[in-house]
Design a protein around this ligand. Sequence first.
Ligand code: G3I
Length: 493
Amino acid sequence: MSRTTDQRRRRTRLALPAAVLLLAGGAAIVQGITPAAAAETTLRAAAAKAGLFFGVAASPGRLSSIVAQEFSQLTPENDMKPSTIATSSGGLQNTGAADTLVNYAQTNNMLVRGHTLVWHSQAGALQGANQATLNTFIGNALTRWGNRIAYWDVVNEALADNNAGTRRSEWPHTLNRDANGDGDLFDAGDTDVIRDSFVRAKQVVQANGLSTKLCINDYDVEGLTVRGGTPNRKANALYDIVSNYRQYIDCVGFQAHFNDNPNSIISDDLQANIQRFADLGVEVHITELDIDDDLSNNDIGQGQADNYRKVVRACLNVARCTGITVWGIADSESWRSSERGLLFTGGNGNYQKKAAYHAVLDELNKGRSGTGTPTTPPVTPTVTPTVTPSTSPSPVPAGCTATVSLNSWNGGFVATVRVTAGSASINGWSVGVNLPSGATVTNAWNSTPSGTSGAVRFANVGHNGRLGAAQTTEFGFQGTGSATGITPTCTAS
Ligand code: G3I
């Protein structure tokens, strides 16, 4: 980030929900209930149970055992930035540290977020490059790690500071041209480095059959409003970009470096802002979370813990908010160490949990419903279409096929399913999967699910049922447990 001014009990949840303890002959008998799950004791386990990942930014020197114990996702803090890995012609160099992180993540069943492809800062040899060179770099980076990277920050920090609501003026945004002078870059004749970079990234993903999701990431975009209730124009500008380029953008990252800058506060409308992006159909992630302890008036971290709780709850309350990443392990090792913004004190692998850690763990253990009981978000009931036997000849459905790609971590997964029409157009489709025992669907997008475990079906929604011959569409679902080995079958109507 370029903001130089920014550089400055445990509660064990003893859940006895509807438990009926009857004393019969001196023995305690539990009748007719499923015992509530015990609270998880690590962030990654509690998050997995709630149906999201909990990650951390790190460099190879920080890969102590706590990383794999506590976190299910890893973002290279600096080692995948163009300044490290890009050559001036868009090639790759010095990928050793990035490889170390990706290998570590793979060994420990962690997702990786690639960070970052197109950014005005830390551009290294790419500084000043044209779009063609940026595109070469995008292709090289995406294909080097392929599906080992679940999410890539394709464009980072594209928007201007101070709630301007405009794009940045420095390179690479100097490539932009508002051809018709109407004040936006969304017209066909305009040149927009954001659109052009995402178009290239999407082409690479599709041409190589990758499941990697493509994200746009920024800071000061977290709330609907900033301090004083002013509309968050930076968030609104990001919303316009995602709305206009929805076909290329799969995910939105709210960095969430919260501090006392009026635009970087934790507002009460954080959840509403996450929700409006989620309603566009993209996944939302909290990507670089750290919270200035001074925001809590030095009250030994309790205010900071409460602030962490608020952010985690806002994400949990939106089904498509699928992950939270903290920007480092311990305060002393953070880019903003003086503000003590993280979950641990200590350093060099010897870490102590702060009040903020316990607050996050507790909030995650409450799950998406906030009750602490295992949750499954409500699934809209659907009537499974029944086929009425008919003796009269009826048109043979043209058919469809479905393929799935999985991003899995220990205890959870996101499945992306691609539906393709056969040799003729179809008016609707439904896809069935048999989930392995222990796997449960927790949310779905661009489809209407019926069932959450075992044999589950996903039917098209209004906008994606009609497909021309050979046309494709995608939907997704997230779940707990493992979905490894599932084979989708598609039925057309
Ligand atoms: O490793 C060198 C060391 O050898 C040298 O002695 C020292 C001297 O300055 O620099 C060290 O490199 C520093 C590097 O962090 C590793 O600590 C760089 O100077 C420093 O610029 C770099 O800062 C990183 C910053 O991005 C650069 O923009 C921070 O670690 C990193 O946390 C921060 O991350 C950004 C995200 O990418 C985007 N969002 C904001 C976030 C925070 O600024």
